[in-house]
Design a protein around this ligand. Sequence first.
Ligand code: ZN
Length: 171
Amino acid sequence: MKTNKLCGKCRQPVEKETKLDYPYYCPHCDENLYEFETVQEATRKVIRREIYSAEEAAHSVELYAFMQENGFCDVYDFFQSDPDILRIKNSEVSFTEVDINENTTFVIYNDSEYQATESEIKTMLQRFYSDNFKYYFTKSDCSWSVFRRLVNGIAYRGGKGYHYAIWEHKD
Ligand SMILES: [Zn+2]
């Protein structure tokens, strides 16, 4: 059932939970949510989401200011705690969300395998963060061995919790 609430993690619309003892469910994160873990839809209109490679992010004045304020020395510090993982062309690219301010989120990825081009990686992440991401991705079993066999897919935890949702990209 549709609601006017969004997931506080991924800012995608949540559904009303009907079976479990939670008010909401986020299909994107595959998690049940309490009221306080959601945000009102109206606040979403102003969300700006930018996707940058770690190299690009290192040159961002906005990110630099955020890092100064919050004691980060290096862009790669953002990847210290379990990042999200994009599988693309059988290689793995880690990515993470950094909330620069209330209205701006940077999605920063770190590719060390160089199997995919920057535009291929950005296209995949743009699809994942789009409203119609289910057009591109299908939910997969929550298992690392399943994930590691995907040609293209995403393991997503949105920087919170231990639970990863596994999404396979439909080719
Ligand atoms: Zn979510």
